[in-house]
Design a protein around this ligand. Structure first.
Ligand code: A3D
Length: 309
């Protein structure tokens, strides 16, 4: 990765936000601002992270705050503010409360970091990404949602576990919404260069796909309170790295579509090519007929949720 003078602000200092701040700060490639509406929580966590800096060997700065003036000149702002799911809840159950939070946060980003790229993490992801796009009024290349990077990582972890192969030998894309209608693209999933369908029987693939879709809920029910945060923060880091590398790396992300994959005025997970300006291109994958059908169904689900806001 190229050296950089990046500044990244993380809004929401809860489980995902604080873990992401730790990953960014300890990776040493960005100065970090951690902001939370709850007075002092971000300050306390930032001080704690700063105290570990001599051990972790980073010279970057980390600031905890509840003041949006501190996000000024951020290259990237990540929105993690909002309620997580409780056991038994769907991501869509969070719509009304999180929509108000994301709208408020987006309007402040627009004022205090008007040049930033925004990465949305708050659920329901595709709906909140759409809302952030509309509320900031930023060009669409600067507003994306984190989902496909996480869902793809979950899918790969499960395939690798099943086949007992190295995880870095598996390539895949998980498109569509970050919800029950997500679409792992089996026709473009390869294990060491071989199509997944040639190395695992169909029924086994179906069960891995189901476990991938249910993974978030499985973690929610085991934790009792809160939802996953190690893998979501790692997935945001992957997106940040793709932007900072400035080399056109492809990561699947929720993105405002303007005709790509036959859809308009909706945010959905598609493979995006990134550089320091954000999304520079949407990669056109050749989907099978079944995948096209599943992708359209996923779009119908996202559209009906967008109508609620
Ligand atoms: P949690 O640990 O509760 O942290 C949320 C933080 O947001 C809390 O510290 C709140 O004080 C703060 N907050 C609330 N309102 C505001 C506001 N207006 N301005 C600033 N901060 C505010 O939740 P979490 O970190 O586990 O999850 C955060 C969000 O990310 C939830 O909506 C989750 O559902 C979502 N999430 C998404 C994924 C994806 O894969 C897309 C994964 C994990 C979590």
């Amino acid at each position: 990765m190229k050296p950089s003078l990046y500044k990244i602000s993380v809004i929401g200092a809860g489980a995902v936000g604080a873990t992401l701040a730790q990953r960014l700060f300890e990776s040493g490639f960005a100065d970090v601002v951690l902001l939370d509406v709850v007075k002092n929580i971000a300050r306390g966590k930032a001080l704690d992270l700063m105290d570990a800096a001599p051990i972790m060997g980073t010279e970057k700065s980390i600031v905890g705050t509840d003041d949006y003036k501190d996000i000024r000149d951020s290259d990237i702002v990540v929105i993690t503010a909002g309620l997580p799911r409780k056991p038994g809840m769907t991501r869509e159950d969070l719509i009304s409360k999180n929509a108000a939070i994301v709208k408020d946060v987006s309007s402040k980003i627009k004022i205090h970091a008007p040049e930033a790229i925004v990465i949305v993490v708050t659920n329901p992801l595709d709906i909140m990404t759409y809302l952030a796009y509309k509320a900031t009024g930023f060009n669409r290349n600067r507003v994306v949602g984190m989902a496909g990077a996480l869902d793809g990582s979950r899918f790969i972890a499960l395939i690798a576990d099943e086949l007992k192969v190295r995880r870095d030998l598996i390539k895949t894309y998980v498109m569509g919404s970050h919800g029950d209608t997500m679409v792992p693209i089996i026709s473009q999933t390869f294990v060491n260069g071989r199509l997944l369908s040639s190395v695992i029987p169909k029924d086994k693939i179906e069960s891995i796909v189901k476990r991938t879709c249910d993974r978030g809920a499985e973690i929610v029910s085991l934790l009792g309170t809160g939802s996953a945060y190690y893998s979501p923060s790692a997935a945001v880091l992957k997106m940040v790295k793709a932007m900072m590398d400035d080399a056109g790396d492809v990561v699947t992300a929720s993105f405002y579509l303007n005709g790509e994959y036959g859809l308009k005025d909706i945010c959905m997970g598609v493979p995006c090519r990134f550089d320091r300006r954000g999304v520079i291109d949407v990669m056109k994958l050749e989907l099978s007929n079944e995948e096209k059908e599943l992708f359209s169904r996923s779009a119908v689900a996202v559209k009906s949720s967008i109508d609620l806001i």
